[in-house]
Design a binder for this molecule. Structure first.
Ligand code: SF4
Length: 161
């Protein structure tokens, strides 16, 4: 059975099993996020928002399908930012407007200004990433690797135009 892509242009409502599958995927994604947050609870940073200035840092979070689904389903699609920052930055350019739903990479990436224990929980991160990939496979089997957030975003903006 083909799983319906939530980005499809089709006007057809998703079939019930797909909707249930998506709901399960988001539930599991939130559990993964909670475990990532727990693993990073002893760590902190100055929260400057500089790591969200994607054009300047030349880094961006790469998202599996459920991560984009969570953003696309539960938040308005923001326009691209002129400064090349993540579109989900707020108007000040310093705060994430989707903080509770921010992608896995945003939860587990810290720059050199990280504060906390000497060792980051890399084993936990690796295990959670494997789980995340499996959840993604269930709802979008065609996706073989995560995609940069700006790619997901640009595709969604194009579709809206
Ligand atoms: S989703 Fe939020 S935390 Fe992640 S890069 Fe964008 S603004 Fe920053």
């Amino acid at each position: 059975m083909r799983h319906q892509d939530w980005d499809d242009d089709s006007d057809e409502a998703p079939s019930a099993p797909d909707a249930r599958e998506e709901a399960r995927a988001l539930q599991e994604l939130r559990a993964i996020y909670r475990q990532a947050d727990a693993a990073y609870a002893p760590f902190s940073c100055p929260a400057s928002g500089e790591c969200c200035q994607l054009a300047k840092t030349k880094r961006q979070p790469w998202l599996w399908a459920p991560e984009w689904l969570l953003l696309a389903r539960h938040h308005p699609l923001p326009p691209p930012r002129e400064d090349g920052g993540c579109p989900y930055l707020d108007a000040s350019g310093k705060r994430c407007s989707v903080y509770a739903d921010r992608p896995f990479g945003c939860r587990t990436f810290f720059c050199e200004r990280i504060r906390g224990p000497a060792r980051q929980p890399s084993d936990t991160v690796s295990a959670l990433l494997i789980r995340l990939e499996r959840v993604s496979e269930r709802i979008m089997p065609s996706l073989k690797s995560p995609r940069p957030i700006l790619e997901w975003h640009a595709e969604a903006v194009d579709r809206e135009e």
